[in-house]
Design a protein around this ligand. Structure first.
Ligand SMILES: *Cc1c(COP(=O)(O)O)cnc(C)c1O
Length: 421
């Protein structure tokens, strides 16, 4: 039996309706920006394997660090014990995070990082003697697939079976420069009806919603309002973190800094899973008490896994290097030039860019082009480019180590789709 047949025997893939898409493509090797299949065909990983492998796949610098760590300390319970990789990572992370962040809790993926953010907000109010059980979120946000994270994510057909079990969430639209006062009024109204505990948001770019972008200046009044009403602000930077927006974090562009931040994905550079939730001293202090039940009794078995910590440290060392910083600037300028070249194409409705994140919305009727997304995927793979459109939005979020030739190959594949679809 070949790999595809063996895969089909037992494996249930994520986000897959197996009756419609019974086969998954085996990838046997990855290096830098490239993925390789069984026949030796190479594909540019133009979305960095869901925005994780930003320094390139199987990066030698990271592998070397991780190999050394593996020989030293592999896994240890992080309740009662501590270790140098975790301590060093906490220091390196705090050095690049907005400077109101003071404490961090380790976990093991993006959903757990937002789940802890939500629990911090809810328990903060519980501990300080307030009764706040409702959360605030943007209409089309995405914060993960566990129950709490799913609750605060935008309503989706996929979540139907679970809606009865969701946390109570009020939703406001994304600010567009014209609806700011409406949003502020809505928040005020919701808060009068039932006090809001926390506001979770993807700063500047909503990933899963189709790389929807909005300006930092529109976020400021919303966050200001939340602060005034004692609503804990939770920045979900699982997608935007670690350089993608052109700065270390999207929150760097926003004047009002969040109380809580959620990190994962590029945190561990596409090598191993890890999540981290950070918070201000004020949040932490609300849990610091002689009363044991006021603590945040939350753990994941692999919290602060030393291998994952070593990976994250190596990742931050690369992110802060001159080489990667100059690559980010370069990719920004390539994207801007590509945007100029195609933005007036009749098939392009609009282009968007923030840092190395580039998105274009196709001007097509989705019904007429049913299954469009899958056809785009197939057409790009035939050109040696891996892209994963979101609805009618094609986006590029390629590794920082993508060469100009490779990026031109990605642009050419997209151009071909515009000209032939
Ligand atoms: C991917 C993502 C998550 C969930 O992370 P997982 O590791 O897939 O659980 C949460 N928030 C945002 C913004 C994401 O992009």
């Amino acid at each position: 039996m070949n790999l595809i047949e063996r895969d089909k025997k037992h494996i249930w893939h994520p986000l897959t309706q197996h009756k419609l898409h019974p086969e998954s493509k085996p990838i046997i090797k990855a290096k830098g920006a490239l993925l390789y299949d069984e026949d030796g065909n190479a594909y540019i990983d133009a979305i960095s394997s869901w925005y994780t492998a930003m320094y390139g796949h199987c990066n030698d610098f990271i592998i070397d660090r991780v190999y050394k760590q593996m020989q030293q300390l592999d896994q240890i319970i992080f309740s009662g014990f501590t270790h140098k990789p975790a301590i060093e990572l906490s220091e390196k992370l705090m050095a690049i995070l907005p400077n109101n962040q003071a404490k961090l809790m380790f976990n093991d993926n993006g959903s757990t990082s937002t789940e802890i953010g939500i629990k911090m907000a809810l328990q903060y109010h519980h501990n300080t003697g307030n009764d706040r059980k409702t959360l605030l979120a943007f209409e089309e946000g995405f914060h993960g697939d566990t129950l709490g994270a799913m609750s605060v994510s935008g309503l989706s057909v996929y979540n139907g079976p679970f809606e009865a079990f969701f946390i109570d969430v009020k939703r406001v639209p994304l600010p567009n420069g014209e609806n700011s006062s409406d949003i502020l009024e809505l928040i005020e109204k919701y808060h009068q009806e039932t006090p809001l505990a926390g506001f979770i948001y993807e700063p500047l770019v909503q990933g899963a919603a189709g790389m929807k972008m909005y300006k930092a200046e529109y976020l400021n009044p919303i966050l200001e309002k939340c602060k005034r009403l004692g609503i804990i602000t939770i920045a979900d930077e699982v997608m935007t973190g670690f350089g993608k927006t052109g700065s270390f974090f999207a929150s760097d562009y926003v004047d009002i800094k969040p109380d809580v931040m959620c990190l994962s994905k590029a945190l561990t550079a596409g090598l191993v899973p890890m999540g981290i939730t950070t918070c201000t001293q004020e949040i932490y202090d609300a849990f610091y008490d002689d009363d044991i039940s006021k603590g945040l009794f939350h753990a994941h078995t692999y919290s602060a896994n030393p291998i994952a910590c070593a990976t994250a440290i190596a990742g931050i060392d690369l992110l802060t290097s001159e080489e990667i910083q100059s690559n980010i600037k370069e990719i920004e300028s390539w994207h801007a030039a590509f945007s100029d070249a195609i933005k007036d194409h009749p098939k392009v409705r609009v282009t968007r860019q923030q840092g190395v994140i580039f998105a274009l919305e196709l001007d097509v009727e989705m019904e007429r082009y049913g299954n469009l997304r899958y056809r785009i995927y197939e057409a790009c793979m035939a050109e040696g480019v891996y892209l994963r459109p979101l609805g009618a939005t094609i986006y590029i979020l390629a590794p920082y180590v993508t060469t100009q030739d490779q990026m031109n190959q990605v642009y050419a594949a997209i151009k071909k789709i515009l000209d032939t679809f």
